[in-house]
Ligand binder design. Structure first.
Ligand code: HEC
Length: 191
């Protein structure tokens, strides 16, 4: 019995220490890994599939940067494509040199995006992420660009038709009864 009482007394202390430990581990794991420009060798070794997963947001960027898909489209990615804030990147490696793309991904050098620069300064891409994204972007050249406008138009049209149908259905009784009343009245006047 004595032993049990003692154990319970140390419980709050134990919980306090455990939460401090958890808090410190949390802090350690969210500290930002410094961005390092990928070497030419690393870029060459980039993995297209990893790059695709990072781009689409299926895989988390190590420093918690937002997925590229939030602002960009590449190829025909998904029904509604990616965000439209940034340019479509399907053929970016025919517009920009590898150095210019690397400059954007490393957030250093002469080609910087005023929109991406502050975001990715706080959440830099790691060297292997840069290499994988570069490989993915290079591999997308020539793919059909996403055609989300048609889908957006189609979905809006379907929604409009459905809304008209629903309103017609809800008010069907009312229209009929108004008409019936008018018809009845007209018939009465004719008699
Ligand atoms: C918050 C929105 C946003 C996110 C997230 C974002 N970008 Fe961008 N990006 C832009 C904008 C906007 C531009 C156009 C330049 C500008 O106005 O800053 C751009 C430009 C680019 C360009 C140059 C395109 C060109 O044709 O000049 C590349 C390459 C690029 N982004 C790659 C990426 C990659 C890879 C990611 C993911 C790691 C990413 N971006 C995430 C907004 C974003």
């Amino acid at each position: 019995m004595m032993n049990l009482g003692k154990k319970f007394k140390t419980l709050p202390l134990f919980l306090l220490l455990a939460s401090i430990a958890l808090f410190l581990t949390g802090c350690a794991s969210t500290s930002v890994v410094k961005a390092q420009p990928a070497s030419a060798q690393e870029i060459a070794a980039g993995n297209i599939e990893n790059g695709r997963r990072l781009f689409m947001g299926y895989a988390r960027l190590q420093n918690d940067g937002p997925p590229c898909m939030g602002c960009h489209s590449v190829g025909d990615n998904g029904l509604l494509g990616g965000g439209a804030m940034g340019p479509d990147l399907t053929n970016v490696s025919t517009r920009l040199s590898q150095d210019e793309i690397a400059s954007i991904l490393t957030n250093s050098g002469s080609t910087l995006s005023p929109v991406m620069q502050p975001i990715f300064t706080d959440h830099p891409l790691t060297a292997s992420e840069q290499a994988d994204l570069m490989a993915f972007l290079n591999a997308s050249v020539g793919q059909p660009e996403s055609n989300k406008e048609i889908w957006v138009f189609g979905i809006s049209l379907a929604g409009f038709v459905a809304a008209v149908g629903a309103i017609g259905f809800i008010y069907r009784g009312r229209l009929r009864s108004v008409r019936r009343a008018l018809v009845n009245q007209a018939q009465k006047e004719l008699q």
